[in-house]
Design a protein around this ligand. Structure first.
Ligand SMILES: Cc1cc2nc3c(=O)[nH]c(=O)nc-3n(C[C@H](O)[C@H](O)[C@H](O)COP(=O)(O)OP(=O)(O)OC[C@H]3O[C@@H](n4cnc5c(N)ncnc54)[C@H](O)[C@@H]3O)c2cc1C
Length: 393
């Protein structure tokens, strides 16, 4: 028997899952397939991974029914500090400081634990009309009229298939959509720090010659009242060394870069390692197929924008599909690409430029960028523009 649906979303990660839920909330019949099993609703241990979610993405998470289901309170980002330094030295006194009060009462965004997003997604999916098949493989055939999605012994037809399978997207490959990769020769080591002093809701981007060190404020737990997520970017070889160090040695490496800003600290939760690479797809669509999230683009995590871009893809699709009689029509897919690709490319190139500008030890460049930071610090209108961009407005 063949079941018909409006839209099939392949990949139930944060982008695909959110899109499927929001489409279903708007009355669309949606199939969602993931090759991995969606873990049952549970609270796995604190694992230190977190997303920075821009203020502008909150309405979509609410519409999808995720925001109110987050089991751990999101931590508001009220201030952002940008500093420059060298290992073993205190950050340069020439810094950029962004205070959310300069643009209103709302925070720039929130740090949300990755496990919190997963738990909310699973809970919302279980209570929604979305037809979920996971773990399962989707076999997709597309033509001008429709897409046919085979999942095990079941067959579904859909007007549109959204590939939200992350960076290694088989549907993107099947459609022959090429990608361009920008390797960084950098790897991020991710973990959480339990620290003595409160973070005061300040997110820190500390630029170092081998790559940035991000300190993202998290909501404390009973065990760790003051806790921050760390994204420690280093050369590939050094990151491997950091990843293999014992907790005290790794904490010592962080201290050599951050100094006493957080007081004494220890590692909390697990640690993770991710080789970094930016990449972008040459096209965002093919016949009855749209790419969304990391399947379409991957950016340097320097400013924590990766998931935000994916959520904005989902919001754009949602808006365009609301007005479309045929969700897979060529005109809809072209409009989606025209809207999202330039924005995503600008972010990708901006993050790339920022990383290259700061990942050098060449003294004249160091001096120029420190003076640049200090100059921007004295330009309230430019700072305001940066702040609104960080909020996703
Ligand atoms: C070190 C690091 C730090 C980051 N920090 C941040 C941050 O602070 N803020 C932020 O916004 N972003 C951040 N990101 C980026 C963010 O993690 C990604 O942008 C985000 O996970 C993309 O979501 P997605 O749903 O598109 O893809 P994914 O999260 O990759 O999910 C893809 C889903 O598709 C499924 N899948 C894969 N293949 C198939 C298949 N063949 N069939 C069916 N299902 C399939 C997978 O099982 C998975 O569930 C960071 C990334 C890195 C590497």
């Amino acid at each position: 028997m063949t079941n018909s649906c409006d839209i099939a979303v392949v990949g139930a990660g944060p982008v695909g899952g959110t899109l499927a839920l929001a489409l279903a909330a708007r009355g669309r019949k949606v199939l969602l397939v993931d090759k991995a099993g969606l873990k049952p609703m549970e609270h796995p241990d604190f694992d230190g991974r977190a997303y920075a979610i821009a203020h502008g993405c909150q309405p979509l998470l609410r519409e999808a029914g995720l925001w109110e289901r987050l089991p751990f309170a999101p931590c508001p980002i009220k201030d952002i500090d940008v500093t420059d330094g060298k290992p073993g030295r205190a950050p340069s006194p020439l810094r950029l400081h962004f205070d959310h009060k300069a643009v209103g009462d709302d925070p720039f965004g929130w740090i949300i634990e990755a496990r919190s997003v997963r738990v909310a997604l699973n809970a919302a999916l279980a209570q929604s009309s979305v037809i979920v098949r996971a773990p399962a493989e989707a076999e997709v055939a597309r033509n001008e009229a429709e897409a046919v999605v085979r999942v095990g012994s079941e067959t579904f037809t859909a007007k549109l298939v959204v590939a939200a399978e992350g960076r290694q997207s088989p549907l993107r490959e099947q459609a022959g959509i090429g990608i361009t990769r920008l390797p960084y020769k950098q790897t991020a080591v991710i973990f959480a720090l339990a620290h003595e002093r409160p973070h005061n809701n300040v997110a820190l981007e500390h630029f170092l010659p081998a790559g940035p060190l991000a300190v993202l404020p998290m909501t404390g737990t009973a065990e760790h009242p003051n806790v921050s997520a760390i994204v420690f970017t280093e050369s590939d070889a050094n990151a491997k060394l950091l990843y293999g160090m014992d907790d005290a040695a790794l904490a010592g490496q962080v201290h050599a870069r951050l100094g006493d800003r957080l007081g004494g600290f220890t590692l909390a939760g697990r640690r993770w390692i991710y080789p970094l690479q930016a990449m972008y797809a040459q096209r965002y669509f093919d016949t009855r197929l749209a790419l969304a999230g990391d399947a379409a683009h991957g950016v340097h995590p320097i400013a924590g924008q990766g998931l935000n871009l994916g959520l904005r893809d989902a919001a754009a699709l949602l808006e365009l599909l609301a007005a479309a009689e045929d969700p897979g029509a060529d005109s809809v897919l072209r409009a989606y690409q025209a809207r999202q690709r330039p924005i995503n490319m600008a972010m990708l190139l901006g993050m790339d430029a920022l990383d290259r500008l700061f990942s050098t030890n060449f003294p004249p460049v160091r001096l120029a960028r420190d003076l640049g930071l200090a100059a921007v610090e004295r330009m309230p209108r430019l700072k305001r523009r940066f702040m609104l961009a960080a909020m996703g407005r």
